[in-house]
Design a protein around this ligand. Structure first.
Ligand SMILES: [Zn+2]
Ligand SMILES: [Zn+2]
Length: 105
């Protein structure tokens, strides 16, 4: 069957857009049943929105180097928060320290 360009209406901005024969083929090859509901512009915008982190960044002071840093969570009271650099450092320190103490000299 010959595929032809189709004109669809965007659900988001109500602008007409072309669903090209090539795209229709792409959909068919991947067994996609739903036709695109949004124009390429709105699709790109939607994708960009979805790609953004929805968790709020909290500004904290690193318990190790005292520099201001942001973490993707709200720290609980009393828990030390580290910047990513110090966090790695401390993680390694704990790991190697634990290993050493369990090794008899
Ligand atoms: Zn649109
Ligand atoms: Zn730090």
């Amino acid at each position: 069957m010959q595929l032809e360009d189709k004109t669809l209406t965007c659900r988001e901005c109500n602008d007409p857009f072309t669903w090209t024969a090539g795209e229709q083929l792409f959909y068919r090859e991947r067994d996609l049943i739903n036709i695109p509901a949004r124009c390429p512009k709105c699709r790109a915008q939607r994708k960009a929105r979805l790609g953004l982190p929805d968790r709020a960044m909290t500004e904290v002071i690193c318990a190790e180097c005292r520099q201001t840093t942001t973490v993707p969570f709200v720290p609980r009271n009393g828990n030390p928060v580290y910047c990513s650099m110090c966090y790695d450092k401390i993680k390694n320190r704990i790991r190697s320290g634990g290993h050493l103490s369990s090794t008899p000299i």
